[in-house]
Design a protein around this ligand. Structure first.
Ligand code: SF4
Length: 368
């Protein structure tokens, strides 16, 4: 029997997180506890990880640091990922909950989740220099809210109360908007003019649950209008489709992503709904519990839209230690979307001749 392994998140990745090693049971001990029938393997979902909006937001903060130096203030988490936030904090980013924590005149980035007009106004009053890293696909929903409010429609905004994205979209048209959190609220919401309704949604919801909510609303309000195009973004839909395709074959699905990442949490739920015997979410490989592997032949693996690939690779390395060395990537869609950097930053980069931002030159540039 081999010695138990000690696992900690490698220092090359983690900055600022406590490195708490813990003694793991060995592969042999886990297999002894519950033998595995069949070949061990990993089904690695693709697409997974960073979406274009997250990529843009993180690069925007990095460029701001590079060109303006620390500190750079960011309102709320730039994206909902523990590793990203900790790494940027180490590099001199100061994350704040509200703008009154930012010194007058300081450089401040708005997160990928977007802000309400009231926040933009407050920033102007405090003479903050701002970079708006709101994902263009969130901005699209904001514009829809403004447009439909101008038409005096009642907007039923499907999303999670308290999530920053919902707060921002709601703030575009508070007098015209009602937030619908779930099916139960869809069944009970009261509206004054049922013939003048349109629904919009948060970008990172479960596709299936949203359709169910819309179906309940439409049953009650047959004249409910659809948004001009899907609000749930391509990245959310693609990652859910990929996890749906592998989950029926999986004894265990592991989603890498943070607890406050809406799309990561949805992936875990979708995995369980679509047949995975067990679904778990972790921020880091060292949170994977080896008892999850007992009797498990097929492990599914994916990550939320705010998760750097290095964190997935760490989980793969851990899985290999436990005999899951065979990795089959299951690709259900190709993504080549890339968003231009926020305009405030583009102008600055152009002025100083910084052409280095091409998002690695990996993909075609698409104007936000
Ligand atoms: S998950 Fe979708 S809406 Fe959110 S940042 Fe990524 S692309 Fe934009």
């Amino acid at each position: 029997m081999s010695a138990p392994s000690v696992s900690a998140r490698p220092s090359a990745v983690g900055l600022g997180m406590p490195q708490v090693p813990r003694v793991r049971r060995s592969r042999e001990e886990v297999e002894e506890a519950a033998p595995v029938s069949g070949e061990k393997r990993v089904l690695l979902a693709a697409p997974r990880g960073y979406c274009a909006g997250v990529d843009r937001a993180v690069v925007a903060v990095e460029k701001a640091l590079e060109h303006h130096g620390a500190p750079v203030y960011v309102r709320k988490e730039i994206v909902h990922n523990r590793h990203v936030v900790d790494t940027l904090t180490e590099r001199g980013v100061v994350f704040v909950d509200e703008l009154d924590e930012v010194p007058e005149g300081a450089l401040t980035v708005f997160s990928a989740h977007g802000v309400s007009p009231a926040v933009v106004e407050e920033a102007a009053q405090r003479n903050l220099r701002t970079i708006d890293a709101t994902c263009p696909l969130v901005t699209k929903v904001h514009r829809e809210a403004v447009r439909f409010a101008k038409q005096d429609k009642r907007i039923l905004l499907i999303g999670h109360d308290g999530h920053e994205e919902v707060e921002g979209t709601f703030g575009e048209a508070p007098e015209h908007t009602t937030v619908i959190n779930d099916v139960a609220e869809a069944r009970t919401v009261q509206v004054e003019d049922p013939d003048n309704l349109i629904w919009l949604s948060q970008t990172t919801l479960s596709v299936d649950e949203t359709l169910e909510i819309v179906s309940v609303l439409r049953e009650r309000f047959p004249h409910l209008q659809d948004p001009p195009s899907d609000d749930i973004c391509y990245a959310t839909s693609n990652r859910q489709a990929a996890i749906k395709s592998i989950s029926p074959e999986c004894d265990l699905v592991i989603i890498v992503g943070s607890a406050n990442s809406s799309n990561s949490v949805r992936l875990k739920e979708v995995a369980a709904e679509y047949g995975a015997s067990r679904a778990e979410r972790v921020d880091f490989a060292n949170q994977v519990d080896e008892s999850w592997f007992e009797g498990v032949a097929t492990v599914g693996l994916s990550s939320g839209a705010s998760v750097p690939e290095v964190l997935v690779q760490e989980v793969l390395a851990l899985l290999a230690e436990y005999g899951y060395g065979q990795v089959d990537e299951v690709v259900t869609a190709e993504e080549d979307i890339i968003f231009s950097l926020p305009k405030e930053l583009r102008a600055e980069l152009k002025r100083v001749g910084d052409e280095s931002r091409s998002l690695g030159g990996r993909r075609r540039d698409a104007e936000a």
